[in-house]
Design a protein around this ligand. Structure first.
Ligand code: ADP
Ligand code: ZN
Length: 644
């Protein structure tokens, strides 16, 4: 292989960023992280999903002498990343046990001959004596451990293979190691530094804010209708809709398909081949919606997921953050949307109590669920509350959540809460919300009479509120920890220990007024905007151009069997549709267009844009026309490095 690619010449991080990746500047702490690694120090990097972790080890690997090794647990991701790098003209390959022996040998040989800048490898493969043997003979620039939280048994993705990675310290004592993750409670962080035996690492914590994600939680009243309303302006956008049960997944996927969406179900009950096909379509095609249980998502690295919708409550704020984190990895605006109601709470508590976990574990899970409920019912900025949960604070005011869009009205609910709670006590703390509300509202129902609850002093004292209003009170009392649904008693409501001061009237109680479903649908107005990097609003004409560019991208992607986003991200195409570059140089000015991509695809997209010189010079077989070389500078005459 001839060292003709620009990377072997370009050595400064800023140059690599510009010429290779096509980006103008480093984000937040990227430059500092790269500097630390290039100075030979260990680093621990905590950055939210989509924050740009990959550049932190890719750039130094391309600037430093020797091979950059990237340990990654997810085989699907490896292939994707390598394919993206190859598109940039970077000499990268991966090594894992799914490859045929001969392919593995090719990669090993390339490593031996110094033909690679980056090697992605699964942990168990890296620590094989055979691999180490080869690596010891060459110069290793750095070792990156991606998804480093897998080394912590505290986290939910613990992997035994990862524990062995501390051996890297012995095998490569002088090679800087950089551990990266998006999960970052303190305990996980300590585990990573300790279990990997990082040497007084520089620690970079980038905060949890996913500023391009807009958060919205609405009361679930007619979920199907609400979902369709939400999706109305999102035809052709890729997204994930999460449901709790397989049945709900199937029903929702059918609903969306019936309404003209390209929606596919995904859950563990489906044939493995069907699941693989659906996942593949989601990755490869534009605008596919996957309706899924949480079985779907791990290892999905699609950057242009425009929304994540929850039809049911997730388990915890952590789970919610992780699931919604799959939206908008490309930095363009994305939506996290959820509907939830009292039924969800009861159902979740019940599922919890039926689980096989031990009591201590159940208690923790229950606390986590309650924290999530509390978050659903916040009366101040939802983003701030989310960050707060992770020990992070919001620097600038948020304009990317439902609460900030339309601050909820609150009311003094102390007396109503007292009425409700005393009715719960009078009826023996064994009934669900429905019955207690019947008693309060003096309902003429057989069950009430049979139980003689019409003789209680609390019978009929709650006629001032409607049933829906009472349900809202109950939900919020549960969310605030005053009541809980006792799973051991079929979800019967009980008072918690915090209820006493409230019953005595020692503390105030403000509850939010639920937005009615009519009110909530008016959220269209500005709620769909997220704060940073506002989406370029495309005019009708630009949208048509954008669609043509997407078609070109799809064709180029299909030719190489890679996902479209590997060619260019949506954001780049959007910018292209709006600015309509007419020359190679103008094209190079777009975010996400570096030299190699320009060389490879510039002509094709210029042609699609129909403008400038490309159209005149390049026919459909533009690639074989020598004249273009002068026009666009050097064509990369080399095929991407493909080892797999
Ligand atoms: P993470 O691994 O942290 O989830 P990635 O490394 O995949 O995130 O980066 C997310 C997206 O942000 C990618 O599309 C990447 O190309 C883009 N990106 C990263 N750094 C920059 C930068 N400095 N300027 C512009 N885009 C960037
Ligand atoms: Zn907000």
């Amino acid at each position: 292989m001839t060292p003709s690619l620009p990377i072997s010449i370009v050595r400064k991080p800023q140059d690599v960023l510009e010429t290779l990746f096509g980006y103008g500047e480093f984000r937040s702490q990227q430059a500092a992280i790269i500097e630390a690694v290039m100075a030979g120090r260990d680093a621990l990097v905590i950055m939210p999903t989509g924050g740009g972790k990959s550049l932190c080890y890719q750039v130094p690997s391309l600037c430093m002498d020797g091979l950059g090794i990237v340990v990654s647990p997810l085989i699907a991701l490896m292939a994707d990343q390598v394919s993206s790098l190859n598109q940039l003209g970077v000499r990268a390959a991966y090594l894992n046990s799914t490859q045929e022996f001969s392919v593995q040998m090719d990669v090993i040989n390339a490593v031996r001959n110094g033909e690679l800048d980056l090697l992605y490898v699964a942990p168990e493969r890296l620590l094989k004596e055979q691999t180490l043997e080869v690596l010891r003979q060459i110069k290793v620039a750095l070792i990156a451990v991606d998804e480093a939280h897998c080394v912590s048994s505290w986290g939910h993705d613990f992997r035994r293979d990862y524990l062995e990675l501390h051996l890297l310290k012995q095998h490569f004592p002088n090679v800087p190691r950089i551990a990266l993750t998006a999960t970052a409670d303190e305990r996980t962080r300590d585990d990573i530094a300790h279990n990997l035996q990082l040497q007084s690492p520089d620690i970079f914590i980038d905060g949890f804010d996913r500023s391009n994600i807009h958060y919205r939680v609405a009361l679930k009243d007619s979920p199907k209708k609400q979902l369709l309303e939400f999706l109305q302006q999102r035809k052709d956008e890729a997204g994930i809709v999460y449901c709790l049960s397989r049945r709900a997944v199937d029903a929702t996927a059918t609903l969306l398909a019936d309404n003209g969406y390209d929606a596919l179900p995904y859950h563990a009950g489906l044939d493995a081949a069907v699941r693989a096909r659906h996942q593949e379509r989601f990755l490869r095609e534009d605008g596919v919606i996957v309706v899924a249980t949480i079985a779907f998502g791990m290892g999905i690295d699609k950057p242009d997921v425009r929304f994540v919708a929850h039809m049911d409550l997730p388990k915890s704020i952590e789970a919610y953050y992780q699931e919604t984190g799959r939206a908008g990895r490309d930095g363009a605006p994305a939506q996290a949307w959820m509907v939830y109601g009292l039924q969800d709470v009861v159902r979740m508590s019940q599922m919890l109590s039926e689980s096989q976990a031990d009591e201590a574990h159940k208690r923790i899970e229950n606390e986590k669920l309650n924290a999530l409920l509390g978050w659903c019912e916040v009366t101040a900025c939802r983003r701030a509350a989310l960050l707060n949960y992770f020990g992070d604070t919001l620097q600038t005011p948020c304009s990317g959540c439902d609460v900030c869009d339309t601050p909820p009205k609150t009311w003094d609910a102390l007396e109503s809460a007292q009425k409700f709670m005393s009715c719960v006590v009078r009826t023996g703390q064994r009934f669900g919300a429905g019955h207690v509300i019947d008693v309060l509202r003096g309902a003429d129902k057989e069950r009430v009479q049979q139980l003689q609850h019409d003789t209680l002093p609390t019978f009929g004292i709650g006629g001032d509120l409607s049933e829906a209003q009472w349900r809202s009170v109950v939900r919020q009392l549960i969310a605030q920890g005053y009541l809980y649904a006792d799973a051991a008693r079929h979800g019967g409501l009980r008072l918690s220990e915090h209820a006493r001061p409230l019953l005595r009237g020692d503390v105030p109680l403000q509850l939010r007024v639920d937005a009615t479903s009519k009110g909530s649908s008016s959220s269209k107005s500005r709620s769909n905007r997220a704060r940073s990097e506002p989406a370029i609003e495309l005019s009708e004409l630009d949208t048509m151009v954008f669609e043509e560019l997407r078609a070109t991208r799809k064709r180029l992607a299909d030719e190489q069997s890679v996902p479209p986003y590997v060619i260019f991200h949506d954001a780049t195409l959007r910018e292209m549709a709006q600015l309509r570059p007419a020359t190679a140089n103008e094209m190079l000015g777009l975010n996400g267009v570096g030299q190699t991509k320009l060389d490879r695809y510039g002509a094709a997209f210029l042609l699609t844009l129909g403008g400038g010189d490309a159209a005149e010079m390049a026919g459909p077989d533009y690639e074989s026309q020598p004249g273009l070389e002068e026009q666009y500078g050097s064509w990369s005459d080399e095929e991407p490095t493909e080892f797999g």
